[in-house]
Every structure is written in structure tokens, then in C-alpha cells.
Design a protein around this ligand. Sequence first.
Ligand SMILES: [Mg+2]
Length: 310
Amino acid sequence: MKTSTSMLQKQNMIVFSLVSLFYCISDHWSSATTGNVTNIYEYVPFSDVDDTLYPLSSGLSKACTRNIEDFMVEKLGIEAKVSETNRVLYRNYGTSMAGLRAIGYNFDYDEYHSFVHGRLPYENLKPDHVLRNLLLSLPIRKVVFSNGDKVHVAKVLRKLGLEDCFERVISFETLNPTNGTHASDDEDSFKLRESKAQILDASQSLLPETPIICKPFKNAFEQAFNIANINPRKTLFFDDSIRNIQSGKEIGLHTVLVGTSHRTNGADYALESIHNIKEALPELWESDTKKAEVAVAYSGKLAIQTSVMA
Ligand SMILES: [Mg+2]
């Protein structure tokens, strides 16, 4: 009797261990994938720059916001609710610049960029040897997709020591023709801006359109894919902006939210730092041999790993 009780305890322990193992595997994959078959080694990393290739703690983002607000006051003559307007425009349009154009302000794009980015504390960015080695050892195409202007993007990549790590850079100028117009201050444009600014508070669906092509708008992604000759279904999109990630997900991209370990709606992966890329996606480094781990998940719960040689 004693023997059979002991055997029963052992069996229970084995069952418990197997159940625990199942939940461990299941949890691992539910935090790392959306549950679809994923030949991730075929994917093209398509990455944002600011606050994605370097951390938010660098202080560039904060300085950039300050410079944009200075531009609004000094160059566009906006006096009231500057910070609030900037926040609303950024939230609704992806960039403050796109929002300012939507509500009727007109200005020279190069002047805006040199004012806003020209005085950033680039000295805070140091060569990132870890990221450089990771990117250079990644045997697939890599593309940068930034809303920033080309001078800014080039400067950031140079400061980080990553200037030769990407096959192609898609920046503001890639998607937007230059605009040599200076600020318009006549009475008609003032009235137009007043009425459009009020619409911003009304409803997202009534938002005035912007002539600027930038993330998170679908046309920006479409143009970028055409230019870089990328298949959106085989794209691994890295960005620190939840809105950009959600927009990317809506158009079918595989998405990686950078800067947090908490996966939100629309993010297939979440990385506290871009440095964690190899831990989260080791399959990318197996691309040269066409060898990958394929995860087959059922209802996002059970995952079985198998090795595939192509
Ligand atoms: Mg960013």
C-alpha cells in the first residue's frame, strides 16, 4: 500500500512537471510571438532611429521638444498654449511638423529641421560598439526608416558608429519634396489656422489633412516599401512609438516595440533596449544558413519548436 502511494506521488510529480513545462513554453512564446508560423530569418529589419537605436535617456528627445516649441513661438508667432498644441499635433500627426502644416502653418522644411535638430546635444550620443557588432553580424538587409531629416539621421548614425550598418536610409526628404515657402502671416491664413486648430479638439475623423508624408500614416509605409523594395509581409519593424507600431501592425508588419519590456496592442515583441535583439530574435542570425527555429502556435497557447533546414 505504501509502495503504491509513493508511486502515485511520483506520477503526480511527473504530471505536475510536464504541466509546468508546458506553461513555461507557452508563456515564452506568447510573449515573443503572435502565434503565427514565423520564418523570421527571412525578414528585413526596418528600423526607426530616434529613441530606438539609442535610449530615451540620451536627452535628445526632450531637447527636440523644446526646440520645436521655440520654433512655434519664434518663427510662427504662436503665443498661447504652445506646449499643449505641440502635444496634440504630435499625437494626431506623428510629428509636430506634419501637424503644424495640417493646421495651416507654412514654412521652409530645411529651416525647420536646422532649427529643431541643429542644436540637439549630439555629444550625448556615444559610439555603440555592442549594437554595431550585432548589426554587422546580422547577415541580412537592414533599412532605416525615420521621420527625421537626412542630416539629422546621418549625424545620429555617425555618432553611434552605425553609419555603415544599414543598406539604405529612408528619411523625411525621401518621402517629401522640399518646401521653400516661408511663414505666411497674412490675415486669411491666420483665420484658416484658427478654424483648423479648433477642429483638432473635435474629433480624430475630422482632422485636417497634412501634406507631409510620415509615420504613422499608411502612405508613408507604402512609399518606403516601394523605394526600399521591401515586402511588408516580411518586414520586422522596430520603433519606440506605440502609434507607429500599431499602424505598422494594421498594414501587416511584424512589429518590435523598443524602449519597454511591456508588449502593448500591435507589438509582436517588446525590447527594453535594441541591445536585446539577439536574445529575443536569435533566428535572425541564422539567415545565412537558412536555418531557423519555426514556432507553430495553436490559438496563441501551445507552441512546439522544430528545426528547419532550407
Ligand atoms: Mg522614434
